[in-house]
Ligand binder design. Structure first.
Ligand SMILES: [Mg+2]
Length: 120
């Protein structure tokens, strides 16, 4: 079994894209969440090796979810998924403990590079 990943994004097609990239590269996508609250719940349930976390989501945004997950496990490995123009939020997230970030639209090479580095 590959290393396990929880994918968090409110857009189904984004989750599908990341899942496709990860699955093709040997990672095991164990769960998906569509908002921050669900992300925290699924993190506790699945204890994945890594989380890809969208920033802008309904209910609970990705930065709040990151902080909540860090309270559960200070060593949680989380990579933020940001859109253009979200630099300030990315800095916020890194300061709150995010390991790295990937920018939409995703390039498979960059996604795998970031994830393998964080998991090594
Ligand atoms: Mg979003």
């Amino acid at each position: 079994m590959g290393q396990t990943v929880l994918i968090v994004d409110d857009a189904a097609f984004m989750r599908m894209m990341i899942k496709d990239i990860l699955t093709k590269n040997g990672y095991d996508v164990v769960g998906e969440a569509q908002d921050g609250a669900q992300a925290v719940e699924k993190y506790q349930e699945l204890t994945p090796d890594l989380v890809t976390m969208d920033i802008t989501m309904p209910e609970m945004d990705g930065i709040t979810a990151l902080k909540e997950i860090k309270k559960i496990n200070g060593d949680a490995k989380i990579i933020m998924c940001s859109a253009m123009g979200q630099q300030a939020m990315v800095i916020d997230a890194i300061q709150a403990g995010a390991k790295d970030f990937i920018v939409k639209p995703f390039q498979a090479d960059r996604v795998i590079e970031a994830i393998s580095k964080v998991l090594s």
